[in-house]
Design a protein around this ligand. Structure first.
Ligand SMILES: [Zn+2]
Length: 180
């Protein structure tokens, strides 16, 4: 059976709107308002955001035959939508990553498929705003769960001159190219 990519994306967004709570609906609104595309690509993570402003889910773990109501898939979409909304400067920091994990954690709870891992609970319950010590603790927890292939150990705790430079360059590179 072939599934139309735009129909599949619409089903994902409909389910976020109808089955989810505030975190799911917020992500769905953002994806619709910014015409974020959901694609599939080989990668070492479950999902990622791109400079072009798209979300790429892990292939072959996910494909157009995947159930668009799968809470794990929906949680990943909410996580990556959070990063796109943040912008590159914040997304390329531990502080941004913490917010991504928190949004995914909230989305999964809303979808009645809560994430049980104890380290996640630690990250989900960090004070807002987190201190540097909180962010280091969160980063250690993420590394314990995801392993050292997860490149968070490269990221600064908070946005700095480097991530702001990346944001300016990224914006220049992809301005007006969204539909290319
Ligand atoms: Zn993330």
């Amino acid at each position: 059976m072939t599934v139309d990519a735009s129909a599949w994306r619409a089903a994902v967004l409909d389910h976020l709107m109808t089955a989810g709570g505030p975190a799911c609906r917020h992500a769905a609104h953002y994806i619709r308002a910014h015409d974020v595309q959901i694609r599939f690509a080989r990668q070492s993570t479950g999902a990622r955001w791109t400079l072009r402003g798209d979300i790429e889910l892990n292939e072959p773990a996910f494909c157009l035959q995947s159930n668009p109501t799968d809470p794990r898939l929906l949680g990943l979409v909410v996580h990556e939508a959070t990063h796109l909304e943040q912008g590159i400067g914040l997304a390329l920091s531990v502080a941004g990553e913490v917010r991504g994990w928190q949004a995914e954690f909230a989305a999964r709870a809303e979808l009645n498929a809560p994430i049980p891992a104890i380290h996640w609970r630690t990250i989900a319950q960090l004070p807002d705003p987190p201190t540097d010590a909180d962010l280091r603790l969160a980063r250690a927890g993420m590394l314990r769960m995801a392993g050292y292939r997860y490149l968070i150990w490269l990221l600064p705790l908070r946005p700095n001159w480097w991530t702001r430079l990346a944001e300016r360059l990224g914006a220049r590179l992809f301005r007006g190219r969204r539909r290319a």
